[in-house]
Design a protein around this ligand. Structure first.
Ligand code: DQA
Length: 148
């Protein structure tokens, strides 16, 4: 099985409770199970990690370098400010797909910019949990595994 890292940043442990208008009602364990299940169908073993701490996300990316073949990241608000995460993604050396549950391009002006976007192979926004399935399909294509 090909290893894929599923990274969630700050406040995403609050999914299911937090602002359902933007993020729906799915919890993080439910979302991780969904990605694991669809990942398995594509031949991916999904390793999931969430942290509210930027450095812990960087540590995990570094630990997975050379181990995971790709990564799906929902960085939370770090997307809008973290050049640290941008550089860690660049250094990861395998394709990273950025996912946002909400449509950040239509929300507050500060939220419309993702500073990690240039380091990522693709960005998916506004599709809710389906965005993660889309990200898996993108990774499958990028890794030459076919997805449909
Ligand atoms: C989010 C969008 C971010 O702006 C926000 O800070 C989040 C969630 C999303 O999934 O839509 O924490 O990444």
């Amino acid at each position: 099985m090909t290893r894929i890292l599923l990274l969630h940043g700050p406040n995403l442990n609050r999914l299911g409770h937090r602002d359902p208008r933007h993020y729906g009602t799915i919890t993080l364990p439910e979302l991780e199970a969904l990605v694991r299940e669809r990942g398995r169908e594509l031949g991916f073993e999904v390793a999931a990690f969430q942290s509210n701490h930027e450095g812990a996300l960087v540590d995990r990316l570094q630990e997975e370098t050379g181990r995971a073949a790709g990564c799906i990241v929902n960085p939370g608000a770090l997307a809008h400010q973290s050049y640290v995460l941008h550089d860690a993604i660049l250094d990861f050396g395998a394709p990273v797909v950025e996912v946002h549950l909400s449509r950040i391009s239509e929300r507050e002006p500060w939220r419309r910019v993702s500073v990690i976007r240039p380091a990522c192979a693709a960005q998916v926004e506004g599709l809710g949990p389906d965005g993660y399935l889309r990200a898996l399909a993108i990774l499958a294509d990028l890794l030459g595994r076919g997805s449909r």
